[in-house]
Design a protein around this ligand. Structure first.
Ligand SMILES: *Cc1c(COP(=O)(O)O)cnc(C)c1O
Length: 357
């Protein structure tokens, strides 16, 4: 079979493991351990019994209004809805990066960006973070063939943030758009939404998969200046979001009090988890997201991951070539995290790793 050469060359993106529900304590893909608010479930039920024989609103207008209200944006025309923020990222790469052109990402970060470049037949350039997770000068250098720069903020797997002032300076020094992927921004102290209004080259992506507990419905969105939203609308599928997910996402935007409560609860669990991992001898990167990145001086991360998996606890083992490996553990409920930490201690015992008394 003859495919495009770009396809023959590319390696597939491998998402985190999704086992059948119930079997594992699942701390590997940064989902919310808590169910979404009751209003959202009600909205899903009512959409499912609604006119489902009809196509949905192609622009998800109800959602865009609700998002603009909740986030204090000038209006719905600043929002583009997508089938997960992964679709928004696809549209951005498709819209800005042509065959043979380049996009830039930091390293280690979200590997999907590379896959999106590969699909386009475009090049990707990885700029390694300086220690401790700071962006080097090179990340802001413009170049003729560079058409898009992507920065997860907070970053994954580190959970670290690049300060807003620096993002603003980056956008000034680049002459292509800078995508700030704010998948985890609800867990952080600050975000870049207001920068979008002062600089057309700053584009913010958000998702309902993490903080809102809605990974199963697939909904994300872009916040950008209206002319950019209009242009990208030309290349999206006409009905990229379905009626049920639009109803759920619209209701979710009205649940800002629920959101702050759940974020407060999860951030408290994150702190407990980080403290205990440090006490167990791990180097823990201070996180502003709903996961924690940790590394043990003795390594054995793959072995610990495997031990936990056999005990029905899934965390993420990540190995970044030329950089190093470690464990990324999503914030679960307190009970889930206690079970995970207990099993990690057992793993360390069985691997003859030192454990503080
Ligand atoms: C989870 C994640 C996304 C994807 O979110 P979806 O809306 O579920 O597609 C995007 N970017 C980063 C950095 C993520 O971790």
């Amino acid at each position: 079979m003859q495919y495009r050469p770009a396809l023959n060359k590319m390696k597939p993106y491998v998402p985190g493991e999704q086992p059948p529900p119930g079997k594992f304590i699942k701390l590997n893909t940064n989902e919310n351990p808590y169910p979404p608010p009751a209003e959202v479930v009600k909205a899903i039920q009512s959409a499912a019994t609604g006119p489902i024989n009809r196509y949905p609103d192609p622009m998800a207008t109800s959602f865009r209004r609700a998002a603009a209200d909740a986030l204090g944006l000038p209006g719905p025309e600043w929002v583009l809805a997508g089938n997960g923020s992964d679709e928004i990222l696809t549209l951005l790469v498709r819209g800005f990066v042509g065959e043979g052109e380049s996009l830039r990402l930091p390293y280690p970060s979200y590997i999907l960006y590379r896959t999106l470049a590969d699909i386009q037949g475009a090049n990707w350039e990885q700029v390694p973070f300086d220690e401790p997770w700071e962006l080097p000068q090179a990340f802001g250098q413009s170049r003729d063939d560079l058409k898009l720069v992507l920065l997860p903020n907070p970053n994954s797997p580190s959970g670290t943030v690049v300060p807003k002032q620096q993002i603003s300076e980056l956008a000034e020094s680049l002459d292509c758009p800078l995508v700030v992927d704010e998948a985890y921004a609800d867990f952080a102290e600050d975000n870049c939404l207001d920068l979008v209004q002062s600089n057309e080259r700053i584009l913010v992506t958000r998702t309902l998969s993490k903080s809102y507990g809605l990974a199963g419905i697939r909904f994300g969105f872009l916040v950008a200046q209206p002319h950019i939203v209009a242009e990208l609308t030309k290349i999206k599928d006409s009905y990229n979001c379905d009626a049920i997910s639009i109803a759920a996402a619209t209701a979710a935007m009205g649940c800002q009090d629920w959101l702050s409560d759940v974020v407060e609860k999860m951030n408290a669990t994150r702190q407990r988890m980080a403290d205990r991992l440090s006490a167990m001898g791990f180097a823990v990167t201070p996180s502003h997201a709903n996961f924690v990145w940790c590394q043990h001086p003795e390594g054995k991360h793959a072995e610990i991951h495997q031990y936990l998996k056999q005990s029905q606890i899934l965390i993420r083992y990540m190995d970044f070539p030329d950089w190093g490996d470690g464990l990324r553990i999503s914030v679960g409920t307190d009970e889930q995290i206690d079970a995970c930490l207990l099993m990690m201690e057992r793993a360390m015992q069985s691997l003859n790793m030192p454990l503080p008394a």
